[in-house]
Design a protein around this ligand. Sequence first.
Ligand SMILES: *Cc1c(COP(=O)(O)O)cnc(C)c1O
Length: 457
Amino acid sequence: MSNEKIPYKIYLKENEMPKEWYNLRADMKKKPAPLLNPETGKPMTAEELSRVFCEELVKQELNETDRFIAIPDEIHEFYKMYRPSPLIRAYFLEKKLGTPAKIYYKFEGNNTSGSHKLNSAIAQAYYAKKQGLKGVTTETGAGQWGTALSMSCSYFDLDCKVFMVKGSYQLKPFRREVMRTYGASVTPSPSETTEVGRKILSELPDTTGSLGCAISEAVEAATTQEGYRYVLGSVLAQVLLHQSIIGMETKIAMDKYDIKPDIIIGCAGGGSNLGGLISPFMGEKLRGEADYRFIAVEPASCPSLTRGVYAYDYCDTGKVCPLQKMYTLGSGFIPASNHAGGLRYHGMSSVLSELYDQGYMEAVSVEQTEVFRAAVDFARVEGILPAPESSHAIKAAIDEALRCKETGEEKTILFGLTGTGYFDMFAYERFNNGEMSDYIPTDEELQKSISTLPKFD
Ligand SMILES: *Cc1c(COP(=O)(O)O)cnc(C)c1O
């Protein structure tokens, strides 16, 4: 196959789709630090975690030894509705850049929710249903996760309660309506419906909310209602596990055509798409079978890997979730109000944090105006209108390709195109009007939120 021209789109057949998820932690010699109980400072037990999360997902969260975990048939069937997702050779972008580099991207936006989040949402809804629960609660920021979860819950006939960051609830009415169309109830957060919401509102009546605050409300709603559990769309190890489907499909497709990436790039919010994309490749690197460069790309306005500290921190503003050791800016960190590119979470997956700390992965931060410039350049030649989050990866891939142009190296670059940007047109509007600005927090500002970290090391 290697002498054939590589097609624009490499689609796997249905029967070539992976039947198992790959658990990267099994190949890590030094494992990520355990989740801690914020009250006792001791590792969370399965029993403690089961009060918040579904039982089977708790098992997956704590499983550091099984390399492969079978994808249940019901989930595999659902995956077939929108998977395998295409691996696309960016011939048009290469031509426009005049680079000798070969660029590939794995496109996860081909489903109604518009992003990779559906890969984990359907799995989490399945396990909730299997446990006989009535429903699940969650938070959503920009709305992609809430949309993916609503679709998944309606498929399995589960109730779905979404706490949506108030700012997005007001600014993104279409996402909200997609969720309601799939049967979810959507509450702007902070709300009067939870104790933690009422507390935050009494302190900050005009707040437009934050992800950390919506998480606290969703956890409270799950733990105070019979038959409900909380589900989370990123950050957790179980979510990276489900997202490994992205990397495994990519690896199968690349192997078919003898393509070996030199550089693998992904945007990093909580780390789930990046962790999923790199999983099988990182596994090879950890086992000493192959070498790749991995690059996490984050916004300069929310730089958890590049400027955060590696320590135990709260996952949410209300401090009700387990503590996680991760690269973090402090749970009180909120990006500047002009920030429009998503990826706003203050922390990072503990799996990716540990790999980064051990030097297996690099990280870069990019400013939002250059991210939107890259998004527009990409859209105009490759056709797809990318999500702002995904465009962080596009920007870094373009930078690497231009470096190849200078050096004449024919490197193979792979990046994750996590979703589409149709619901982000206010941000595009600001960019198109020349009204978008950049903001890089000062060391003092970061220090202020970092200084509030709990002492548990
Ligand atoms: C949520 C989201 C991200 C960031 O989340 P990760 O967990 O870091 O992958 C990136 N791109 C899109 C389109 C998203 O919806």
